[in-house]
Ligand binder design. Structure first.
Ligand SMILES: Cc1cc2nc3c(=O)[nH]c(=O)nc-3n(C[C@H](O)[C@H](O)[C@H](O)COP(=O)(O)OP(=O)(O)OC[C@H]3O[C@@H](n4cnc5c(N)ncnc54)[C@H](O)[C@@H]3O)c2cc1C
Length: 262
């Protein structure tokens, strides 16, 4: 239960408060969510009692910077959907969170920092080769932020100009359910990026398979089998290990085909 709230005057002050054991609160949809807090306690993590309100510090600006697009970390997921400069695939990812109430509160920075394995936004940002600008560590690619489970203060997201087509796909039993698999795949004549969620503690990139997809040695059934071999999902209410491996393989193979056709 939250017992103390601090409102820093600067990013520097926010980072200092964090070093004293407090947690950032942006949209608050994750940090104030009882199931998420119960999960922390079950994992043996300390309960969150003191929070740092960062929403006043964070920008919601969307702007072009040369060929790149800069997105303020304070943008809500609904604002992303409503903005003309945001790539369609990122809007689609945000739209998979079915509740508009949640989308009106949840922020882009909060979604990345929450580092949920079932995030729709994170695989898409990895496929788009996005970076985050942080207060503590400067510019880091989203993939590194996620893989190294960083918790530094995200100020904005930078989408570089990338080639090709990016496709997001999800396996989900209903719009209100959590996904059993998420995939984001970008293919171009020079590069392939495959990111996949719900198969590990956080979203992962299947780097080992990307060269084979690019040179055509991995495609169709072959690719499905390679994806299934590469991942280690856990069996739970959303699906068995076999189901998740099968879905992940077919989703990646279909996304690669669609990427080359579109
Ligand atoms: C009913 C419900 C359904 C949901 N469904 C989904 C879903 O389908 N997919 C999904 O991914 N999430 C889902 N969420 C979780 C959550 O809503 C999102 O992850 C959301 O984008 C988090 O953003 P926030 O601004 O609300 O984060 P907050 O709750 O404010 O913070 C989340 C975490 O990120 C940290 N943080 C926040 N902002 C920053 C920042 N700028 N820099 C560094 N750290 C920061 C906080 O300290 C905290 O640890 C759901 C939540 C609810 C309540």
């Amino acid at each position: 239960m939250i017992k103390g709230v601090f409102r820093p005057a600067s990013f520097g002050e926010a980072v200092k408060l964090k070093s004293e054991g407090m947690y950032y609160l942006s949209g608050g949809t994750q940090i104030n969510w009882t199931p998420a807090q119960d999960e922390r306690v079950l994992e043996g993590k300390p309960a969150i009692e003191k929070v740092i309100l960062i929403s006043d510090l964070l920008s919601s600006e969307i702007k072009k910077e040369g060929a790149a697009i800069s997105l303020g970390a304070g943008l809500t997921l609904q604002e992303l959907i409503d903005a003309s400069l945001v790539p369609d695939v990122l809007k689609k990812a945000a739209g998979y969170i079915a509740s508009r109430n949640i989308r009106n509160m949840a922020t882009l920075g909060g979604n990345i920092a929450a580092n949920r394995p079932d995030s729709y936004i994170i695989p898409t940002l990895i496929a788009l080769k996005a970076d985050v600008e942080t207060e503590d560590e400067g510019i880091i690619c989203v993939e590194t932020y996620i893989r190294e489970e960083k918790d530094c203060l995200i100020k904005r997201v930078i989408l570089p100009e990338v080639q090709g087509v990016c496709v997001i796909d999800v396996s989900v039993k209903s719009s209100a359910a959590y996904p059993s698999i998420t995939t984001a795949v970008r293919v171009s004549s020079r590069e392939v990026v495959v990111a996949i969620g719900c198969v590990s503690n956080h979203v992962i990139r299947l780097k080992n398979l990307e060269a084979g997809i690019l040179n055509g040695s991995l495609a169709g059934d072959n690719l499905e089998a390679a994806v299934a071999k590469e991942i280690n999902p856990k069996s739970d209410l959303k699906g068995s290990v076999e189901y998740k491996k099968y879905m992940a393989g077919t989703m990646v193979a279909h996304s690669v085909e669609r990427g080359y056709v579109l």
